[in-house]
Every structure is written in structure tokens, then in C-alpha cells.
Design a binder for this molecule. Structure first.
Ligand code: FES
Ligand code: FES
Length: 312
């Protein structure tokens, strides 16, 4: 049986080791499918495989052979869920939006088929979208958008422009982010992360490549050489291709000395619990929630709407 992508015949994926997301983005140019976590947690890469929402970052590309695949581009921007997300401002940066739109399209269709044009409860929407994370926190708009689409309020194009000028491009997957461009000569980077919650890192190393050259390895640890959560960046590597960069990351050796850790709030409050930043100086130097130095200029809020863009 032929592989079909967005209704058209498509070459069967033939590169072993490639994910479905990589195949769609890199081979077919369908960059509306985003990869954020790359590990099945965030839902940004959701596509439909034979109509079922699927995390394409975890799916081997050859599993698409003979299947019918729909990406956000295949919804054509005409699905009520897409119109509603734009109209209800259910997005900010828009990186998670294609995944939400694809998943919501299935939920909205199924809900209306079973319940008619009625509003689901918040819990039902939350259950349907449980596999999706929006780091910008646009959840209120997403909830109200999905409810309105289920109620049949977006079966036609709304008269009013959406509050955010770039919303149509973001709900259709046509908005292009920096990760969607790869000029010739671009290298791929991979972050090596901590697999333990608390440890002192003694050494980070990688064997020399062919010819004895040291592969590019950037140490990302602070002066105290301590990791304090699973997933904390330890080092970065880069290579001309994604596969080579991943292979290099897999070859990085991290020697560490485990430190005591707690994984629940009760244990963290117990007397004698391990302290992440024991001294006043360490606490003062600890990273803040902002993840970056204080900007030099004040931030005046999110700028939105065509009037603002045109300087009115
Ligand atoms: S990128 Fe696939 S689930 Fe996050
Ligand atoms: S809109 Fe930015 S992550 Fe959801």
C-alpha cells in the first residue's frame, strides 16, 4: 500500500534510524511539525497516522510506510480548531501550536460526532490535551478555543482578525522558526544532560576522533561542577549531521560522584535533607527562574496585533 502524506502519495521513508519527525521535516520539508522535547513528553511533534494522534519524534520513520499521514499543513488552516486557536489567542510563541492544533482537530471532530455542537467541560479538554505542554502558558486561550470549536462557533472564517497578527501562520504550521532553517554548512548540536538528580561531575571527556583530533565539546557546568536535577545540561557537542552529533553525544563520558537527592517535597523539608546550595554565597549565585541575565532595557509586555506592528 502507498504511503500518503496530507492526501498525496509520498516516497516511503528509507533511512534507518530516522524518526518520523525528521523524515517529515528534513526530507519532505513539512516543518510545521515541531520537535521540542524529542522524547515523547511535550506533544509539539504530534501528527495523525491513520487518523490517530502520534508523537512523531519517537516513531521510527519506516513505521510510516503504507500509512496515511496528516501533518498540521494537511489541516489546511480550515479546521475549526485552528480558527478557534487563532481567534481565542491560544498561543504565544506558537512552537507548541501545531501539535495542539492536530490533537484538538481530532478531539473536536470526535466530540461533535458524539455530543453534537456542545461545549465539553474543562476536565474533558484537559484529558484530551494531556499529552501537550505549552511553555508560554497559553492554556486559558487553548481551553476556550477548543470549547468554542466543539460548540460549532468556528465552522466558518470569523469576521474579525485574530488578536495576534502572526496567529494564522502559527496555527497552520507555515510560521518558520530558526530550527526550520538549515543553510548549507549548518552543524547540528546536541546537549548532553544529567541522568542523575544530584552529583559532582569529576570529568567530562570524549575519545579523539579519527586522526586524533579532539571532537568539539563545550563544557556547560558551573564552577562548582555540581548537577542538581535530571536533565541539567552538562556539555554540548556538534557535528555536520544530526546523526553524527547524536553519535558523538552518546560517546561523551561523564564521570561523577553521586550526592544525596530527594524527589518529593516532604523529604525535602525533613530535618537533615540534602541542601542544594548550602552557603549564602552559593544561594546568591544560584540561577534564577529567568534563566538569563537581567535585560538591559525594561520589557513592556508582549506586543501584539496588526495595529501595533504597523505603528498605529
Ligand atoms: S517533540 Fe515529540 S513529544 Fe516533544
Ligand atoms: S505558545 Fe509558546 S510554547 Fe505554547
Amino acid at each position: 500500500m502507498d504511503t500518503r502524506v496530507n492526501g498525496a502519495p509520498s516516497p516511503a521513508p528509507d533511512a534507518p534510524g530516522l524518526s518520523a519527525a525528521d523524515h517529515l521535516r528534513d526530507r519532505l520539508g513539512l516543518t510545521g511539525t515541531k520537535v521540542a522535547c524529542g522524547s515523547g513528553v511535550c506533544g509539539a511533534c504530534t501528527i495523525l497516522v491513520d487518523g490517530a494522534p502520534t508523537a512523531s519524534c519517537l516513531l521510527p520513520a519506516d513505521h510510516l510506510a503504507g500509512r496515511s499521514v496528516t501533518t498540521v499543513e494537511g489541516l489546511d488552516g480550515a479546521h475549526p480548531a485552528q480558527r478557534a486557536l487563532a481567534a481565542h489567542d491560544g498561543l504565544q510563541c506558537g512552537y507548541c501550536t501545531p501539535g495542539f492544533a492536530v490533537e484538538a482537530s481530532v478531539f473536536v471532530d470526535a466530540w461533535r460526532a458524539e455530543h453534537g455542537d456542545t461545549r465539553p467541560g474543562r476536565g474533558e479538554i484537559a484529558d484530551a490535551l494531556a499529552g501537550h505542554l505549552c511553555r508560554c502558558g497559553a492554556y486559558e486561550g487553548i481551553f476556550s478555543a477548543v470549547a468554542a470549536a466543539c460548540a460549532g462557533e468556528f465552522d466558518t472564517e470569523p469576521d474579525q482578525a485574530p488578536p495576534r497578527a502572526d496567529a494564522p501562520a502559527k496555527v497552520t504550521g507555515s510560521a518558520r522558526f530558526s530550527a526550520d532553517f538549515a543553510p548549507p554548512g549548518t552543524w547540528e548540536g546536541v546537549i548532553v544532560r544529567s541522568t542523575v538528580p544530584h552529583a559532582r561531575v569529576l570529568k567530562v571527556s570524549v575519545d579523539p576522533g579519527p586522526g586524533g583530533a579532539a571532537p568539539p565539546l563545550v563544557d556547560l557546568l558551573g564552577e562548582d561542577r555540581v548537577v542538581r536535577y535530571v536533565g541539567q545540561p552538562i556539555a554540548a557537542v556538534a557535528a555536520p549531521t544530526r546523526a553524527a552529533a547524536r553519535e558523538l553525544a552518546g560517546a561523551v563520558r561523564v564521570d561523577l560522584e553521586p550526592l544525596p537527592a530527594v524527589t518529593d517535597p516532604e523529604a525535602a523539608r525533613a530535618p537533615g535533607a540534602p541542601v542544594l546550595y548550602p552557603t549564602k554565597e552559593e544561594r546568591a549565585a544560584a540561577p534564577t527562574y529567568g534563566e538569563a541575565p537581567t535585560p538591559a532595557a525594561p520589557w513592556n509586555g508582549n506586543v501584539r496585533g496588526p495595529g501595533v506592528l504597523l505603528g498605529f
